[in-house]
Design a protein around this ligand. Structure first.
Ligand code: 9MR
Length: 569
């Protein structure tokens, strides 16, 4: 299998901010500098210069040069870059390249919803009946029993988003996703040059209700998370079920309303409980101006979850519990405790939460690792919120400085990387969902920019986006509908166009998980054997380990697009 990677001059296929950094990578045998030309839409050479030889790039195995044409600052469409006899795919220069992507990345969530009909009037081409409301053949999410022998009650756990291409709903993954959406909203209160999120922005059923759509969308997930809590009077009351999903894996394609399998609640876990504590505390302060009753309900649930987690600090989800759904196992919940305490402190200002934050080993640890933010590692989410959300935390200055230190690490990695990646994992092993790891490292740089106003951090974020949108070894944009060639066959049971042409591709603005060095599905194992990091990807619906779509990957995409939408001129 040899993918067609197109012209050897690699650029951001969407474009570059007019006054932002403009970098490209050329794959070439040449060892000496090469001349390059920038052509405008009319084919006229408007800038030229020499490439910088970078040697062999470990993330691709290629000999590459980089090109920096940041000095050219004239907006326009249809530019191309020429070097070594190759012409890049076309791209734009402009001040507003990311507003649409922000909206599309957020619009991804409505058709990902469970328990509600998706209206064609709001999403042309994506209409489908409500999933999992108990209409046959669904068994429904309105009265879900536990796995046999685990509890004596059923819960109404309808609503929420489907996790990914499957029909499962998992608290630890839902938690970080809804957190980052709410965080993108909260950021607009404290950050410089942040564009507001508005009511009516996302064309969802709640548009026009006076609440910013991004919060309405987040609430659909929060309602699910709240419903996963063990009721008062039951064993482990206040704890939160780790996940709910089918008792067996289903095949593709399968629309949500056609899923016939039994839905089951899985045992409560400390990690899930702390995810609810953190996000419900965060929701309490953000929803207070819009719906005080919901804010109070959220805070009550968060407090109950916190108390339950303290009483049961080591209930871990089983790594072998992966029939019909993902395991999402995690044996170190110190970071989840830190995160929940931080959010409860920021919302309530209460001393016990503050003291827990100050006493956590994670409060001062170097948490800025390559895979520093994901469903298993949440300390950085806490640290950044403690840095950004106003509070009287005594060491807040040091906390803010620590974010800048972390961001500087990612910026150094990026500057040393011939493809401008703020990501250099140990042994060159790209993770499952590597695009989201890269985007989350960019969130740290963006937050450092919010703290310092230092343009180098904003420029780093823009460069990271170049990789996501086409400046990479495969010459592909990992966001559906963005760039000349983009991933469009992400693993999904309902966007299964590749298997049934009557079904749609994923909507515009859907992020693919991207290269995964570990090749954890049969098609990747068959077609990508021996691949070097960046090449460990295939835009095939069956390759769930390199090409799935998920709620936790689109969240940092939306967050970053929102940040960059505020960075245009
Ligand atoms: O994103 C998850 C990744 O970090 C894990 O390595 C992988 C295997 O456990 O699972 C991924 O999550 C999947 C989940 O288990 C089920 N829904 C789809 C998720 C994305 O592929």
């Amino acid at each position: 299998y040899k993918p067609d990677t197109g012209p050897r001059v690699r650029i951001n296929q969407v474009g570059y901010l007019t006054h932002g950094p403009k970098n490209a990578t050329v794959v070439t045998e040449a060892t000496n500098a090469l001349p390059w030309q920038l052509l405008n839409g009319a084919g006229t050479v408007v800038a030229s210069g020499s490439s910088i030889p970078r040697g062999v790039d470990v993330s691709s195995g290629q000999n590459v040069h980089s090109i920096d044409f940041s000095g050219y600052v004239v907006a326009g469409a249809g530019y191309t870059l020429v070097a070594d006899g190759e012409t890049s795919r076309p791209f734009d220069l402009g001040g507003n390249l990311y507003g649409q992507l922000r909206d599309d990345a957020l619009k991804f969530y409505y058709p990902q919803r469970s328990g509600i009909e998706i209206l064609g009037s709001l999403r042309p081409g994506y209409a489908r009946p409500a999933g999992h409301l108990g209409v046959a053949p669904n068994t429904g999410d309105t009265a879900v029993p536990c796995q046999p022998g685990i509890c004596d009650y059923t819960l109404d756990v309808s609503s929420g988003w489907y996790d990914a291409g499957d029909h499962g709903k998992y608290v630890v993954n839902g938690g970080i996703s809804v957190f980052q959406l709410m965080n993108a909203f909260e950021r607009t209160r404290y950050a410089r040059a942040a564009q507001p999120f508005t009511d009516g922005q996302l064309a969802i059923p709640e548009s026009g209700n006076g609440v910013p759509d991004i919060l309405d969308e987040a609430r659909w997930e929060m309602e699910f998370l709240l419903r996963m809590q063990v009721p008062a009077g039951k064993p482990l009351a206040g704890m939160v079920h780790h996940k709910m999903h089918d008792n067996e894996w289903t095949g593709l394609p399968l629309l949500p309303h056609l899923d016939p399998k039994r839905r089951e609640l899985h045992p409560p876990s400390t990690a899930a409980t702390l995810n609810l504590a953190a996000t419900a505390a965060q929701a309490a302060r953000l929803f207070a101006p819009y719906d005080p009753a919901f804010a109070r309900r959220s805070l009550t649930a968060a407090r109950a979850a916190w108390a339950a987690a303290l009483a049961h600090p080591a209930l871990y989800a089983s790594p072998s519990d992966s029939t019909g759904g993902g395991a999402y196992e995690d044996f170190d919940v110190r970071d989840e405790f830190y995160w929940a305490a931080a959010e409860l402190f920021l919302t309530t200002g209460e001393a016990p939460f503050r003291d827990f934050v100050l006493g956590s080993p994670l409060h001062t640890a170097d948490i800025w690792t390559e895979q520093g933010i994901n469903w298993r590692e949440v300390a950085a989410l806490a640290r950044m919120d403690l840095a950004m959300v106003p509070s009287n935390l005594l060491d807040r200055t040091a906390v803010r400085q620590s974010v800048v230190t972390g961001a500087t690490k990612y910026l150094d990695t990026l500057n040393a990387h011939a493809y401008g990646l703020p990501y250099a994992p140990a042994d060159n092993m790209f993770a499952w969902g590597s695009t989201s790891q890269i985007l989350n490292n960019m969130v740290v740089m963006a937050t450092a920019h919010d703290i310092t106003g230092d343009k180098r951090f904003a420029d780093g974020v823009a460069q990271g986006m170049d990789y996501i949108l086409g400046r990479n070894a495969l010459n592909i944009s990992y966001v559906t509908g963005y760039g000349e060639v983009s991933a469009e066959n992400q693993h999904s049971r309902w966007y299964a166009h590749q298997l049934n042409p009557a079904l749609p591709h994923p909507p515009r603005g859907t992020l693919s998980g991207g290269p995964n060095s570990s090749l954890q599905d049969p098609i990747a194992q068959q077609k990508l054997k021996g691949c070097v990091a960046q090449f460990c990807f295939i835009d095939d619906i069956e390759s769930y380990s390199t090409n799935e779509l998920t709620i936790n990957w689109n969240a940092p995409l939306a967050w970053i697009a929102a940040f960059l939408a505020g960075q245009g001129d």
